[in-house]
Design a protein around this ligand. Structure first.
Ligand code: PGA
Length: 247
């Protein structure tokens, strides 16, 4: 794992956007695996700036998102379809036909999940997967459990995740209890992984993910087995990453 420490959230976001821009410049028709949540918002703002000021070209880029809440349609302000439109897609020259997000309202969820994995395979897999990390160590909505799930699947959200995501909803009762998430197969098959983290509340999760044995109890720990992981995190998030702090 390569670690880049940054002073704060803004510099994390700038560095992450530069990293992603480099990927797009080197392979203009790349497949990006995209994350949602508060962590990548600044990264997406910087990518928009690069599109406007440097003409970073998204016209041939394809994207696959990690997850979506079960039951929320794309028009719902809390859906990740809405998030992606509001925070990135509407401001850049990406072709909407090249963007994929699990459908939270599909009446045949199992078929939808299988189809999502087929889409990722048909695209040739993911060139660069962007990840946040939950305070409980989840990536996407792969929650702590007894096993690592390989394929896109429906998950019961952990109590902690529901509590953490309550801030986006009017009240806790409104937070969906289930979501669809890409599984570890597509994530681990990505050629490169970029994990972003900011703030001291992420420090214990980063420690468990990279300084303790691999375990499905800490889903992000599986990344120890991936050959090309870059972590860009601010000083506060890195506070418990002692073995990596020399670089
Ligand atoms: P956050 O979520 O970016 O809102 O902290 C990260 C995650 O749950 O993966």
């Amino acid at each position: 794992m390569k670690l880049f420490q940054t002073a704060d959230y803004d510099s994390m976001s700038r560095k992450a956007a530069d990293f992603i821009a480099a990927q797009i410049i080197l392979k203009p028709d790349c497949v990006l695996g995209l994350a949602t949540g508060s962590t990548p918002i600044g990264t997406y703002q910087n990518l928009i700036d690069l599109y406007i000021s440097d003409h970073l070209d998204f016209s041939r880029v394809k994207t696959v998102n990690l997850d979506e809440y079960r039951g929320l349609s794309g028009d719902d302000v809390n859906s990740y379809h809405y998030y992606m439109k509001e925070n990135l897609f509407q401001f850049i020259n990406i072709n909407p036909d090249n963007t994929y997000i699990p459908d939270g309202t599909d009446p045949e969820p199992e078929e939808m999940c299988a189809r999502y994995d087929r889409i990722i395979s048909r695209l040739g897999g993911i060139d660069l997967q962007i990840l946040g990390i939950g305070r409980n160590g989840h990536i996407g909505f792969n929650e702590p459990g007894d096993v690592f799930h390989v394929n896109t699947h429906c998950v019961d959200l952990a109590r902690r995740t529901i509590r953490d995501n309550r801030r986006f909803f009017p009240c806790e009762a409104d937070v969906p209890r289930q979501a669809y998430t890409m599984g570890m197969g597509a994530i681990m098959n990505a050629k490169k992984i970029l994990l972003l983290a900011s703030g001291k509340e992420k420090a214990p999760a980063l420690h468990k993910a990279f300084c303790q044995p691999v375990s499905p109890r800490v889903p992000a720990s599986i990344l120890q087995l991936h050959p090309d992981v870059t972590v860009i995190a601010d000083f506060k998030a890195c506070e418990e990453l002692a073995p990596f702090l020399k670089n």
